[in-house]
Ligand binder design. Sequence first.
Ligand code: ASP
Length: 335
Amino acid sequence: MTKSDISLPRIALLATGGTIAGQAGDASKTAGYKAGVVGVDKLLDAVPALTQVAQIHAEQVASIDSKDMSTALWLTLAARVNALLEEDDIDGVVITHGTDTLEETAYLLHLTVKSEKPVVLTAAMRPSTALSADGPLNLLNAVTLAAHDGAAGQGVLVAFNNQIHSARDVTKTSTYAVDAFRTPEFGALGWVQDGRVDFQRGVVRRHTVGSQFDLPAALPAVEIVTSYAGASRTAIDAFVAAGVKGLVVAGTGNGSIHAALQQALADAVKQGVAVVRSSRVGSGHVMRNGAAPDDALGSVSAGTLNPYKARVLLMLSIAAGITDATALQQLFDTY
Ligand code: ASP
């Protein structure tokens, strides 16, 4: 450590893989590459300016394409984040991740990290070997954000393409663009650019130290089904037969559900499966008893959570022993 390092914030960098650690045989390739193969040391080497922003403690937690994220790795990652944040000599955590399931991991951490210290996820849409790779600048911005006092107490954040998003609301909205992450309806929390951080609004719903959820030993089986023209009840019946504990339905419009699915979901509820109604639309809220009769069905409205995040909250709720529809609705109205 040099003298000038001493006052810099101490940030733990946890690498998990993804396109930010992706490698292609040819610099012109932005789609044909292997994700999660470049180690955390190489990610750091690509951003010399990081030494001016923070003292970095780097760990390779995993080397995966995030499409293959597992609930077991979620729990390992969340436990490691909590352990690091308990240490006095760690001021914040940055996680590099694949973009595919980043929003799910981020929301799981948002509900289970027990610290006000900043936690920031970042990623890239282009592999590390690409011309105009976006990973290095995203990483620099993520560390800049994690080192910033204003990021404390905001829950888990996502730094991407100069924007700051809340883990609760951010979602991937493009298959290829470098501005792939958006917060539909509400917009970004702020921006981070050239070493400056500016928050335009805060996070209202409960998270991190305000969350009642502890990390469980395992997460229950919760699956997602989608409603569409001509949908059948086959998948729901198969999931119920397989012993699923919860189902999230990605409904049409305001969480409306094809009649065949609605009957299957009502039957699932009778067998003790918790059912949450969300929307496949990508923005807007699902109103309780709006486009489907939650009271009669015994289902719960996901509000503004997308199906993938509704699944995270439902898994944590069931793991905490909360399965009653009224109690679950209260949680979905709170988090
Ligand atoms: N499939 C990659 C992943 O999620 C995509 C990415 O990181 O952009 O790991």
